[in-house]
Design a protein around this ligand. Structure first.
Ligand code: HEC
Ligand code: HEC
Length: 230
């Protein structure tokens, strides 16, 4: 164990020279578990699984794939070893070729945060997994909003909400609203989507959707159009 550590430390040291300038792109945000959870979700779960138990999509496909369960793996246990593994990955002697070096792809804050998060995952698995599933829910909420928008709104408001959908050729004065320019509060958006333009003194060409959308769909599409703003 000691030799292993020593040799990986040596390699890390010799790599530092060449990779130092690009490791951990500049970013002054304070590292946090929330950022770590997000990085994990986006960049690590493919191989380590959505809960870190090695149940990722890639290991399931490749025979003889090394164990990616972060709870049973023991090559990196201290914060520093974890950090080095994330930065240098397979460039380290004791780490398998399938673990990509992330030092050039993530910012310093992201590297620090995700390393903290791996420690948290191991020490407080319940809380850490709860954080990860919150993120999954958030992203499925955004996906729901996008689906509703694409199915029902694009025709007039256009794919990116610019008000340039196919029906914009026919609907003039006023044309379909350019939603990227909207600054209306969420409660107003919700009302006009639910009840249509007319009851709010706006154009009846903006149809009411209250009967066709579930409460979740309505809230999700409101979030989604807010995310389109410039
Ligand atoms: C393409 C697949 C892949 C991706 C993406 C990936 N890993 Fe890995 N990771 C591996 C494999 C395979 C191993 C096992 C290496 C070994 O046993 O030598 C590993 C090992 C590790 C280890 C060492 C575990 C131990 O104690 O033995 C850590 C820590 C780790 N990865 C963190 C991360 C983090 C954090 C991310 C995202 C920023 C990430 N990995 C992304 C495949 C991946
Ligand atoms: C048949 C065309 C049409 C469709 C389909 C349509 N809209 Fe509209 N929408 C309009 C028009 C026209 C206006 C402009 C009303 C006005 O300015 O008086 C508008 C205005 C709006 C506004 C007001 C923005 C603001 O800040 O004042 C929102 C929000 C909106 N639409 C959301 C949606 C959503 C979400 C959908 C899909 C569920 C949708 N619209 C589907 C035509 C449409």
């Amino acid at each position: 164990m000691r030799n292993l550590l020593l040799s990986s430390a040596l390699i890390a040291y010799s790599l530092l020279g060449m990779a130092h300038a690009s490791i951990g792109l500049k970013d002054d945000t304070t590292p946090s578990l929330d950022i770590g959870a997000e990085v994990f979700n986006q960049r690590c779960s493919l191989c380590h699984g959505s809960q870190g138990m090695g149940e990722g999509k890639i290991p399931l496909k490749i025979p003889d794939y090394p164990d990616t369960n972060l709870f049973t793996a023991q090559k990196a246990s201290t914060k520093e070893e974890i950090y080095n593994t994330v930065v240098y990955g397979s460039m380290l002697e004791n780490i398998n070729q399938y673990m990509p070096p992330m030092g050039n792809e993530l910012t310093w804050t992201e590297l620090e945060s995700v390393s903290l998060f791996i420690g948290f995952l191991r020490n407080e698995p319940k809380q850490a997994i709860a954080k990860l599933s919150d993120l999954d829910q958030q992203s499925s909420f955004i996906t729901l909003g996008k689906d509703v928008f694409e199915a029902r709104c694009v025709l007039c408001h256009g794919k990116n909400g610019l008000g340039d959908g196919r029906m914009a050729k026919i609907i003039k004065s006023p044309p379909p609203f350019n939603l990227t320019k909207s600054r209306a509060p969420a409660a107003y958006l919700k009302r006009i989507i639910e009840e249509g333009g007319q009851p709010l003194g706006r154009s009846p060409q903006m149809p009411p959707w209250g009967e066709q959308l579930s409460a979740d769909e309505l809230n999700a599409v409101v979030e989604y159009i807010i995310s389109l703003r410039d």
